[in-house]
Design a protein around this ligand. Structure first.
Ligand SMILES: [Zn+2]
Length: 287
């Protein structure tokens, strides 16, 4: 890592200095071996995730679905993915998280996210692309890895958004309560992208990590990991057609992604074949 310092941007060097001073830390991804510089603790990230989630849920534009046909499949898939996460190399963190999932009634928005701490949201718009619960498992596996692999925290550290967001989250969690809103840029860095103007895309490294570990989680949860290929192909088609695909604007590089998924598939299939397969029920799609 030292050899790379010369090529690092000033921000990254700042992060590195912070690390040397004991402010942040260097973590290694347990699946890919990638080194990450992080300015925050998991506990702080969970606090920020909770704050971002409460802001999403209190936004009057975010209508929560009341329809069991929309809520039940999401809850089923989420529960299985979370159980797989608890058995994974992220088991310790997954046990700590206070998992929760909300279905946002918005048929026009193709989005889903999972925040540090385990707060998740699925927009009903993604049903039309996910098609089945197995497709949804591919989406949720991917999003859950962004949270467990601490991608949001890493991205925040790079964008120097951490301190202000921590102050807001800390004040909200404290006894006094209240105290401002987390900035939209900080929310976006954590993964809440759809309703904000500023999109800070996850890097290709983060996306690849989420794809790779995500299909392992989906397979372990009993969902056919091959569904992920169809999912991303449908996403790519929408992107070509200029559709309302906000989910994709944070997920670049479709052809590379599909090629990589195919390379990783044997490993995911080896896991899937040891599991009791879960039926891939169709999701409800708005007419
Ligand atoms: Zn992603």
């Amino acid at each position: 890592m030292i050899a790379r310092i010369r090529n690092m941007r000033p921000v990254a060097v700042g992060v590195l200095l912070g690390t040397l001073l004991g402010i942040g830390g260097c973590e290694t991804n347990p699946y890919t071996g990638r080194q990450q510089l992080l300015m925050t603790s998991v506990a702080e990230e969970m606090q920020m995730g909770a704050q971002a989630y409460s802001q999403v849920k209190s936004d009057p534009k975010m209508r929560q679905s009341q329809d069991p046909r929309e809520i039940e499949p999401v809850k089923r898939v989420a529960a299985r993915i979370v159980e797989a996460a608890k058995r994974s190399k992220y088991g310790d963190m997954a046990q700590q998280f206070q998992w929760e999932v909300t279905v946002i009634k918005d048929d026009k928005t193709l989005n889903a996210f999972a925040l540090p701490g385990g707060k998740m949201a699925v927009y009903t718009g993604i049903f039309s692309v996910a098609k089945t619960e197995a497709g949804l498992a591919a989406v949720m596996g991917h999003e859950v890895v962004h949270a467990l692999a601490r991608h949001g925290a890493e991205r925040m550290s790079q964008g120097q958004l951490t301190n202000a967001a921590l102050q807001v989250a800390g004040a909200a969690a404290g006894a006094s309560g209240g105290g401002g809103l987390m900035s939209q840029a900080a929310m976006a860095a954590l993964g809440v992208g759809a309703q904000v103007g500023v999109l800070l895309p996850f890097s290709r490294k983060h996306e690849s990590e989420a794809d790779y570990i995500g299909i392992l989680l989906a397979a372990d949860a009993g969902y056919d990991p091959r569904e992920s290929v169809g999912l991303w192909e449908r996403m790519a088609q929408l992107s070509g057609g200029g559709g309302p695909a906000e989910f994709m604007s944070t997920h670049p590089g479709h052809e590379t992604r599909i090629e990589q998924l195919k390379q990783w598939m044997p490993e995911a299939m080896a896991i899937y074949q040891t599991r009791q397969p879960v039926p891939a029920a169709l999701l409800p799609v708005a007419p």
